[in-house]
Design a protein around this ligand. Structure first.
Ligand SMILES: O=c1[nH]c(=O)c2nn[nH]c2[nH]1
Length: 295
């Protein structure tokens, strides 16, 4: 037998960092969950119980905290780049760091119309994520994401004209509920160095805001002919907005809401245009995926 692949490190490292603006007394908070897995000349730790090549996962966890102290944690793309580069700079036998940063939402509470200086609430369970690979071979590869943004529209969605054959029972519809949990990703051009990531660092927050706004606006306004076509429009718009992004992808579950025929009860009309009461389905669900590149 031979070792075909190996990476190891610490997962589920929860990090909180506060920024205190002395001038205004306003405090800002960031909360994230980090995974950091290392690759390199570590084969003998697997094959020969040679621990001399092992940077302990506990030390990796410590490094995640130290780098959060030393460097900004925003944007997460920059923090991931600093963290990954550290391992290449410090350990000659480590050749790549695979880092995932999940940033949780803390929105500032507005009290009597005024933003509170140090109080926040969770204004959604969607997260801002970064998957980074920092390697000697390729440099800094960054993929940003929105994950778990649940949306629903009560109309403005149709699905008809699809294949009808001896396997088809689904009726055509010109007016249906559409609901999904958005998982959107955008892959950046490769950055050769951390300095290159830092140069024009505003690109990352701008792209995140654009992707989230484009997703919500297109979802709401598109007279959707299918999940497929609506998500393609989202990808096109994000590519147009973010010049240094090379690839945009979506993975959207189609979370079905079934009409309930209530005509058995006093002839109640509750289907088609009279449908009001529905049965939300936990599963099965459609799952529609795409990746869109610059032509
Ligand atoms: O938007 C949709 N796309 C599909 O491919 C599909 N299949 N069933 N319902 C569907 N809705």
């Amino acid at each position: 037998a031979r070792l075909a692949a190996a990476r190891y490190g610490k997962d589920n490292v929860r990090v909180y960092k506060v920024h205190k603006d002395e001038a205004t007394g306003t405090q800002s908070v960031t909360e994230m969950t980090v995974c950091c897995l290392l690759e390199g000349q570590i084969e003998t730790s697997y094959t020969e119980a040679d621990n001399s090549v092992v940077v302990a996962t506990d030390s990796i966890k410590n490094t995640i905290y130290i780098k959060a102290k030393e460097h900004p944690v925003n944007p997460p793309e920059l923090y991931a780049a600093h963290l990954g580069q550290h391992f290449l700079d410090k350990y000659p036998h480590i050749n790549a760091a695979n880092i995932k940063v999940i940033v949780h939402r803390w929105a500032r509470i507005n009290i009597d119309g005024k933003p509170h200086p140090h109080s926040f609430y969770r204004d959604g369970n969607d997260t801002r994520n970064v998957e980074a690979r920092i390697s000697r071979e390729a440099g800094i590869e960054l993929k940003s994401a929105i994950q778990g943004l649940s949306v629903l529209k009560s109309t403005g969605s149709a699905f008809h004209g699809f294949v009808r054959d001896e396997f088809t029972t689904l009726g055509e519809t010109w007016d249906r509920i559409l609901s999904t949990d958005v998982d959107a990703t955008w892959t950046w051009k490769t950055f050769p160095t951390v300095a290159a990531v830092e140069q024009g660092v505003d690109r990352f927050d701008q792209a995140f805001e654009a992707a989230r706004n484009i997703t919500l606006k297109t979802f709401a306004e598109d007279e959707s002919a299918s999940v497929q076509n609506t998500m393609y429009k989202m990808c096109e718009e994000i590519l147009e907005k973010a010049a240094e992004v090379e690839l945009v992808g979506y993975s959207l579950p189609n979370k079905h809401y079934f009409e309930i025929d209530l005509s058995w009860h006093k002839g109640y009309k509750n289907t088609g245009k009279d449908a009001e009461v529905y049965a939300p389905q936990s599963g099965p669900n459609g799952l529609i995926k795409c990746e869109v590149a610059r032509s």
